[in-house]
Design a protein around this ligand. Structure first.
Ligand code: PLP
Length: 427
């Protein structure tokens, strides 16, 4: 490497802003030859030359250990790969954390983290509204391993629901689909107090799905969470081309997460890691900022429309969680970021909602009826029948799930075009 490049590669990225860091990444990394391509190459080899028995054995020994990060011996893509490592370094920095472990999807990250942290007879205390498949994982699958999900309203506090079995308190920074916001700092204060008398493997851990806000909109680790999860499929990937998931937090969680990922096989594809690192993260800040501006304008339009009964958007003063949003939805620089997700209900909802959404599906140019969220394109859906179809009827009745809530993920189109499409479809 020439002297100039060497100097360049040793530049510190400590004091640069979030958006600059997401564009340039690690200035010095073991994962790629910095002196050659400007953009890291996509690694397309599932297996790697080991060179000698001794080096191969050393590779298996150092996998998932501290040593790997200093001098990686690449072995096989299900263990670790250069593209995933680069992405993990970026994601850890984005959340202000020590480490990040990527997974094949958001659900794999959620399942991987719960299975890693819990043993038999422990409980996950979970907020009543969460993404439908997370509900299904806790309700239908984890009990087979002796891990129980207990669903409560965490906006009302958590202390009275905690038992000796509680291992994880689990919620979404902004709940899917009704955008409820929980006081992370107050839950963290309670767990800190209770954890004084608990052994390490029984300590209560706060695990938060930060998919809706992304690190641009909230930094739950700074507020007291132990682990943060993202579905990378959404706003972080951003273009609707890749699936992925990640668990982010302190170094002490890394080894078991990587070992579990290796044996369950829920690894992120290197092409997806490359794409998120090269296209998703470098554009996240700009996309998120524009989507948020659009969302505020659209939420204000909906709030003023006579056919709309109520609008949930963290940036509206009328929203029940507006004050909590001011506390929780802040980026690393402390700026308020109410996000790009809006949920709303129509007057006479039973009569009008399906026709309204079908009108959008048939006639709108800028809004598409589709699940997923956080993408460049604006998406609309009905959670009760789509993303939350897996939530059982009893749970929906117990917690008054709104069957006609409409969920809108605002994209990068001109806000006036989205508003015109909504205007045309509203009764
Ligand atoms: N978490 C939230 C809040 C989601 O909305 C979703 C998917 O919609 C997931 C997790 C699961 O992510 P994935 O589809 O990448 O498995």
């Amino acid at each position: 490497m020439s002297k100039d490049l060497k100097n360049n590669s040793q530049k510190s990225s400590h004091d640069v802003s979030f958006e600059t860091r997401m564009i340039h990444g690690e200035s010095l990394t073991q994962a790629w030859d910095f002196s050659k391509p400007l953009i890291p190459p996509v690694s397309s080899s599932t297996t790697f030359r080991l060179g000698s028995v001794e080096r191969g054995a050393a590779g298996f020994q150092s996998f998932a250990s501290e040593k790997f990060n200093d001098d990686p011996i690449w072995i096989y893509d299900r263990l670790d790969d250069p593209n995933a490592l680069m992405l993990e370094n970026q994601l850890a920095k984005a959340e202000g954390a020590e480490t990040a472990v990527t997974f094949g999807t958001g659900m794999a990250a959620i399942a991987g983290s719960i299975l890693t942290l819990c043993k038999q007879n422990q409980e996950v205390l979970c907020h009543k509204t969460i993404y439908g498949c997370t509900f299904s994982l806790l309700k239908n699958w984890l009990p087979k391993f002796g891990i129980q999900g207990k669903f409560v309203d965490l906006t009302q506090g958590c202390e009275e629901f905690i038992t000796d079995k509680t291992r994880i308190i689990y919620f979404e920074t902004v709940s899917n689909p009704d955008l409820e916001i929980i006081d992370i700092e107050s839950i963290a204060a309670i767990t800190r107090k209770l954890n004084i008398n608990r052994s390490d493997e029984d300590k209560i851990l706060i695990v938060i799905d930060n998919t809706f806000p992304t690190p641009c909109g909230a930094q739950p680790l700074r507020l007291g969470a132990d682990l943060v999860i993202h579905s990378l499929t959404k706003n972080i990937s951003g273009f609707g081309t890749e699936m992925g998931g990640v668990v982010i937090g302190a170094k002490r969680f890394e080894t078991s997460l990587k070992l579990a990922r290796k044996d369950f096989g829920a690894v992120l594809h290197p092409h997806a890691a490359w794409d998120i690192n090269v296209h998703g993260l470098p554009t996240l800040y700009l996309r998120n900022k524009q989507q948020q501006q659009n969302a505020l304008q659209i939420a204000q339009f909906l709030e003023a429309h006579p056919a709309v009964k109520s609008v949930k958007y963290p940036g509206l003063e009328s929203f029940k969680f507006f004050n909590m949003a001011q506390k929780v939805l802040r980026n690393a620089e402390g700026e308020f970021n109410p996000g790009y997700m809006i949920s709303f209900e129509l007057h006479d909802a039973e009569k009008h909602t399906t026709a309204f959404v079908n009108h959008v599906a048939e006639h709108s140019y800028s809004i598409t009826l589709a699940v997923s969220l956080g993408l460049t394109k604006t998406l609309i859906e009905l959670p009760n029948y789509m993303t939350h179809a897996a939530v059982d009827e009893q749970h929906k009745t117990d917690f008054k799930f709104d069957p006609f809530l409409v969920r809108l993920s605002v994209g990068l189109e001109n806000a006036n075009d989205i508003i015109n499409d909504l205007k045309a479809a509203l009764p």
